[in-house]
Design a protein around this ligand. Structure first.
Ligand code: MN
Length: 298
């Protein structure tokens, strides 16, 4: 069945004064409709017309090169905007429940809720040109990443919890070129209840997924499963040399994680990470922040 633009879950003017009815009307009725029309056209004849946007976005490499950009941009555009409308609400929870799991995950990564919103803003401002800034879950932690155009974190095995659209069409009518003012205003209309529910529903990757994740070890990109004991040890040593440097506050803990991993491999005579028990691999993934490194802001 062809995709359609979902109705807004609130009236166009509901987010004023933060986001005007005019912006919402153009953005939802015109821009989102265009993504939907082009997504339907791009999927026609592929045999995947009935697949959900989520499924498409995890199978982008299966599309022939001459279709892939149109599918990525327009199915991504449809998925991202659907998530965006549902992420906002007039008069919703202004932050996650203090004793909830999301609040705990946010404190773990950012120290505080304010640290999280500041990082979202920093990411939204750092995205050069059109794109998105996202709060995502890698199955263990919350992180902030940016994507260009309509790329979606789902394609990187990251579950989107919250995304801010930083295309100019999202804010130009209200804020002209003042993206920072738009981000501040938008943070007033985030529906944290929905974000909390998405976090509760976020899938936990299985060990096979973790072993496939790309990591940078000793300045080389590797599948996590292919990392050897020597590499883990050497990488730990390199990271220890950076420990204490301001922006790398977590680096000391990560260095210890690599060193523990090397010790585990030696004890168990494992040539690569893939030969370790699943429980050890999962624990290491948590300690080592096994996520696509170039996309992570923390
Ligand atoms: Mn948009």
């Amino acid at each position: 069945m062809a995709y359609t633009v979902p109705d807004l879950p609130y009236p166009y003017e509901a987010l004023e004064p933060h986001i005007s009815a005019d912006t919402m009307r153009f953005h939802h009725d015109k821009h989102h409709q265009t993504y939907v029309d082009r997504a339907n056209a791009a999927l026609e004849g592929t045999g995947l017309e009935d697949a959900s946007p989520r499924e498409i976005l995890t199978r982008l490499t299966e599309f022939p090169p001459d279709r892939r950009a149109a599918v990525t941009n327009n199915v991504g555009g449809h998925y991202n905007h659907t998530l965006f409308w549902d992420s906002m609400t007039p008069g919703g929870a202004t932050k996650p429940a203090r004793d909830g799991k999301l609040a705990a995950a946010i404190r773990e990564t950012f120290g505080s809720f304010a640290g999280c919103t500041e990082t979202i803003k920093e990411a939204a401002l750092s995205q050069f040109g059109s794109g998105w800034a996202w709060l995502v879950s890698d199955g263990y932690r919350v992180l902030i990443v940016t994507t260009s155009n309509q790329d979606c974190p789902i394609s990187d095995d990251l579950e989107p919890l919250l995304g801010i659209d930083v295309w100019e069409h999202a804010y130009y009518l209200d804020y002209e070129n003042r993206r920072a003012d738009y981000v501040d205003a938008w943070l007033n209309v985030v529906n944290w209840d929905v974000v909390e529910q998405r976090y509760a529903d976020a899938p936990v990757p299985d060990v096979g997924d973790i072993l496939e994740r790309l990591v940078t070890v000793c300045s080389k990109e590797r599948r996590f499963g292919e990392v050897t004991m020597e590499e883990a040890r050497q990488h730990s040593t390199e990271l220890k040399a950076l420990a204490g440097w301001g922006p790398m506050a977590k680096v000391g803990a990560v260095a210890r994680g690599w060193s523990d991993l090397a010790v585990n491999m030696q004890k168990r005579k494992a040539a690569t990470v893939a030969e370790l028990d699943p429980g050890i691999v999962e624990k290491a993934a948590v300690e080592l922040w096994i996520v696509p490194p170039e996309r992570s802001m923390v």
